[in-house]
Ligand binder design. Sequence first.
Ligand SMILES: Nc1nc2c(ncn2[C@@H]2O[C@H](COP(=O)(O)OP(=O)(O)OP(=O)(O)O)[C@@H](O)[C@H]2O)c(=O)[nH]1
Ligand SMILES: [Mg+2]
Length: 334
Amino acid sequence: MSSKKCMGCGVLLQNENMLQEGYVLNLDDDLCQRCFRLKNYGEYQIITKSNEEYLDILKSVGETKDLVLYVTDLLNIEKDLLEIRKLLPNKMILVLNKKDVLPKSVKEEKIVQYFQEMNINFEDIIVISVEKNYNIDHLMNQIKMNQTSKNVYVVGHTNAGKSTLINKLIKNYSENTQELTMSPLPSTTLNTVHIVLNDHLTLIDTPGLVDPKSIVNFVSKDMLKKISPKKEIKPRTYQLRKNQSIIIEDIVRIDYREGEKNSFTLYISNELKTKRFINTNHDDLKDLAKTSYEMKYGEDIVINGLGFIKIVNKGTVDIYLDQNVESFTRKSLI
Ligand SMILES: Nc1nc2c(ncn2[C@@H]2O[C@H](COP(=O)(O)OP(=O)(O)OP(=O)(O)O)[C@@H](O)[C@H]2O)c(=O)[nH]1
Ligand SMILES: [Mg+2]
């Protein structure tokens, strides 16, 4: 094992075991084989990281006084934002990424307000889209305003777009040609990577927290590609009476059990097929694990890793889902 790290994902490079992470033929190489394959052939190799290493990294970030950018995917907002904030006493900017996948009609101010109402202390809350290069200049200004040293850490759950964001900042603001590895699969970045933007700013990429209860861990690679939206989501609204039902591919069943006529809007990737049933007397996906929700006015049911269902009125809703995947309710985001 050398002490040289892969420039794409931060893993320690080694030329001893092909089957272990960080393998290179030649220790002079800058990219591990996994990053090389991903970059050049779009070939994925799934790696499952333990979150212990991630927590160690968070702890060491917490021991610095450096600014942290906490990146979140707007479609997959984590439940544990407050807990993570408590782990990191650093100055922190909340960066809400992938605005491009939300319908254009969704107002940025409303999203910011939603997060402000959580009463978590952030220096700023910024909505961006790396994909569309949206608000990146504003973010850069806020980094400059709030940085406490050269070093700025970029943290957040896996797939939030941390490495993609850093690549964009490199491209927009520096001469550096280093490129971090990005992919739609979880655990792309494996260790911290330092990227010098200029004399005043070094960005530090970190591996993301893997959410063991996300649907991404329990579907095929093909389904995984369908699940992560690449384009603006076209919300699908269904007016349901009680005892009517919707299914999403072969992964989720939604039964409206009790209540007045109600509106269900699905915010999920456009590539996923949905089907409506005029009654609940069908067996599709009934073998999945059932959770019943007593919905209040204006709440979402979030399906971890997939998206969410906005339900306007109160009522009883049953969700059938892989038993390992989490679902929960929250005040409507939109
Ligand atoms: N639609 C959209 N997709 C994005 C955006 N930013 C990043 N992505 C996609 O999100 C996926 C994950 O991006 P990464 O940069 O690898 O995510 P990460 O946070 O570094 O993930 P880990 O390294 O696993 O912690 C990739 O498929 C990116 O193309 C964005 O603004 N909009
Ligand atoms: Mg990454």
